[in-house]
Design a protein around this ligand. Sequence first.
Ligand SMILES: [Zn+2]
Length: 151
Amino acid sequence: MKDKQLSVSAIKEGTVIDHIPASALFKVVSILNLDKLDTMITIGNSLGSNKLGKKGIIKLSEVFFKDSEINKIALVAPSAKLNIIREYDVVEKRVVEIPDEIYGIAKCVNPKCITNNEKVSTRFEVISKVQVKLKCHYCEKITDQDNIVII
Ligand SMILES: [Zn+2]
């Protein structure tokens, strides 16, 4: 039975994003624009996890991400871990790391901010990485973890 499960879920080449909190799963999908990909994607949500309670997992066949893309995941799922798969084997494990600056992923909380009113892409300095706090480059308002809206 175990072997059978494995053959269904294993991928030959690609990336497995594991340990995503269930509540962040679809945000990760949107941050990485996975809906635009036409490769094989397996998404599992609300799977049991001792560590997170419920977790999500995304398996992407033939997809490998750049560091800058991987680090975006950290904004919504700092606990996420990536396994890079080659020939059915995990050849590399990666943790996500919140970058020092964030461009164009999150929305500024300040409704008067230029980025919410004109065609200006958002830009933040990350001032706290534990409980994420983003400082807007334009209006200096702080957007914290609970208020992050992914655009
Ligand atoms: Zn702003």
